[in-house]
Structure formats: structure tokens, C-alpha cells
Design a protein around this ligand. Structure first.
Ligand code: BDR
Ligand code: CA
Length: 336
């Protein structure tokens, strides 16, 4: 369900070319435990999503590890033919900030200091930014959805290098920001936006239809002990490994926020593409702070339409958490 102010032509800016058919998507990520689950969910959903490629960016851990972890996630899904591309190794302007405290030194740590084995799959030779540009320029306009679940560097760099792609993007559904919830890396900022606020500013000002899966909604999608046990009971290596990964990943957030489970941020993006009805959203103006040291990376959402700034982003407000985890379990159960 969508609420919020209508734009001047009386229509919500629905994604260009939106149809009920299978969506063609590029998943841009920084795995990261929750990014890895997003990859698994996407690969387990071929009826709804055609995953054209996975593009990796530095974020949770340096690029060398995020690209390796993306390959590992594809192997875990049994999808060795997935195309995986390495992208930007640092944000556009700032130095890289990483999140080993949440994801461990490898970015995909398991409990007891264990890690996953080395991947056998190889990266594609093309740079991720080139892949994004080429795919958009060679596909019919309005047919490609971008799904960033890490810092927005690759997407913004593609827009800067080839501005002609901007109007060809159907929609960008991203995990990042927080409209009405405090930050998780600073009191004001969510991690993905904080790492590259300048890239986020380019996306927010691009005019592309945007959907923001921020902390407002991802902090409702909690991996409780019961939900983790349900994943493990699905059987199969993928589901068992996800349950193990969640044990490591949730510990930080449970400790920090005192919640009953860790927030499964990034798979919200994929769940939205599969079943929008799991979410309620509000159409508002969102801008990002790029200067103040105190609030750098804060996503300032005009939730009550106090300004005359036009809405530029559908912000997710609630998620049907039982429905979300039912979808995730059903899909993880498909991976053997
Ligand atoms: C975001 O930061 C990362 O640690 C997660 O992968 C997610 O994309 C949450 O703030
Ligand atoms: Ca991420």
C-alpha cells in the first residue's frame, strides 16, 4: 500500500515500463551476511526475477572480500553460471569505512571463528560499472531494475560516466537510509549511505523512480531464534549455512539494540521485488547530508510534507514480517 503526496500530474511515478512479468535485475552488493541472503533469495526466485548479474562494491569489507563472498553465495545457491563483476574499491569522495564488527574479518564469518571455503567460481573480466552501463544501453528503456544493497558507489559512478543511462533505468530499489529511525553507524546515519553519501546524493537527485528500504522497515524484519530454527529445519546446505551465518551476524545487533533478533536488511529489497504487498510505503522527499560532520550521511525525509520539495522516493514504512520470513523460508527450501 502506498501513501503520501501525489506529484503534480496526479500520478505516482510508477517505475518506467513496470509490468507484471519477470523483472530483469542487477543486484549491486557488498556481502556481508544479509547481502548473501539477498543473493540466495534472488537466485531462488527465477519465476519473478531474472538476475542479469551481481555487481560488487566495497562496503562491509574491502572489495577483494565482497567479490569473493558474492561468488561464495552463488555457489551456495548452486548457481555457478551467475555473472559476478567487481566494481569500485572505495567511495567517490570519502575514505572507505567498513563493518567487520558486524560481519567479521571475512565479511561472512561463521560462529566459532569458522569461514566458508574458497570459491571455485571466477569473476567476469568486465568492471561492474561498465557492466551496468552496457546492460542499460543495450536493453529496451525501462526494463532494468537496479537493486543496491551496499554503498551506492557503483550506481552513481555509472550515472556520472554515462548520463544517458539515467532515463533508461526502470527503478532503483535500495537498502539504505532511515526516515524516522535513528542511524546504525552514527546517531544520524545508516551504514550504506554513510559510507558513500555523495553517491547517495546523486541517486536521490537522479529523477529515477526510487524505493528506499531503510532501517525503518528492516528493523522490523528480525531473525529471531525461532525463525533461525525454522530455516535450519528446512534442510539442505544453503538453509543450514544461512542459519549458521545468522548466528554470527545477529549477535552484534542483539547486543547493540537489545532486540529479539538481528535485522535482515538487504533481503527486504528482493522481497519487495517479489511481492510488494508485504510492505507499506510513503512517497516523500528524501535528501542526504553530505557536509556536516555531525550528521554526515543522514537521510532527511520530509515525512509530513513540511517543505515544498517534491517527493522523490517511496520509503518503506512497515513490513509484514511473518510474510517476509515465510517467503524467505519457502525460497531457501528450494535450494539444495
Ligand atoms: C546495511 O549495512 C550493512 O552492514 C548491511 O549489509 C546492510 O546493507 C545496514 O545498515
Ligand atoms: Ca549490504
Amino acid at each position: 500500500m502506498i501513501t503520501g503526496e501525489r506529484v503534480t500530474d496526479g500520478q505516482f511515478p510508477l517505475p518506467r515500463g513496470r509490468s507484471v512479468s519477470r523483472k530483469k535485475v542487477i543486484l549491486d552488493c557488498d556481502p556481508g551476511h544479509d547481502d548473501a541472503v539477498a543473493i540466495l533469495l534472488a537466485l531462488a526466485s527465477p519465476d519473478e526475477l531474472e538476475l542479469l548479474g551481481i555487481t560488487c562494491v566495497a562496503g562491509n569489507v574491502p572489495l577483494a572480500l565482497t567479490q569473493k563472498n558474492a561468488l561464495l553465495a552463488c555457489e551456495l545457491a548452486g548457481a555457478r553460471r551467475t555473472r559476478v563483476f567487481a566494481g569500485c574499491s572505495r567511495p567517490m569522495v570519502r575514505q572507505l569505512v567498513t563493518a567487520e564488527a558486524v560481519h567479521g574479518q571475512s565479511g561472512l564469518d561463521l560462529p566459532g571463528g569458522k569461514t566458508l571455503p574458497e570459491p571455485g567460481m571466477k569473476l567476469e573480466p568486465m568492471h561492474a560499472v561498465d557492466f551496468i552501463i552496457d546492460t542499460l544501453l543495450t536493453s529496451p528503456p525501462g526494463t532494468i531494475t537496479l537493486c543496491p544493497t551496499g554503498p551506492l558507489t557503483n550506481i552513481a559512478m555509472a550515472m556520472v560516466r554515462e548520463p544517458a543511462i539515467v532515463e533508461r533505468i526502470a527503478e532503483i530499489v535500495f537498502m539504505g537510509g532511515a526516515a524516522i529511525t535513528p542511524g546504525n553507524v552514527t546517531p544520524a546515519a545508516e551504514f550504506n549511505i554513510y559510507v558513500d553519501p555523495h553517491a547517495a546524493a546523486i541517486i536521490l537527485q537522479s529523477g529515477v523512480p526510487l524505493v528506499m528500504m531503510g532501517l525503518d522497515v528492516t528493523h522490523q524484519a528480525l531473525v529471531t531464534e525461532k525463525r533461525k530454527a525454522a530455516m535450519r529445519e528446512l534442510g539442505g546446505r544453503a538453509a543450514r549455512t544461512v542459519a549458521d551465518l545468522m548466528t554470527f551476524y545477529c549477535a552484534y545487533d542483539i547486543d547493540r539494540y537489545g532486540m529479539e533478533g538481528g535485522p535482515l536488511h538487504d533481503p527486504c529489497v528482493i522481497a519487495y521485488l517479489i511481492d510488494e504487498s508485504l510492505f507499506t510505503l510513503k512517497h516523500v522527499n528524501v535528501e542526504v547530508e553530505t557536509a556536516s560532520p555531525l550528521t554526515l550521511g543522514e537521510t532527511v525525509a520530509d515525512w509530513w510534507m513540511i517543505t515544498d520539495r517534491l517527493p522523490n522516493c517511496l520509503v518503506a514504512e512497515t513490513v509484514d514480517a511473518p510474510g517476509f520470513f515465510a517467503l524467505l523460508s519457502e525460497r531457501l527450501g528450494r535450494l539444495r
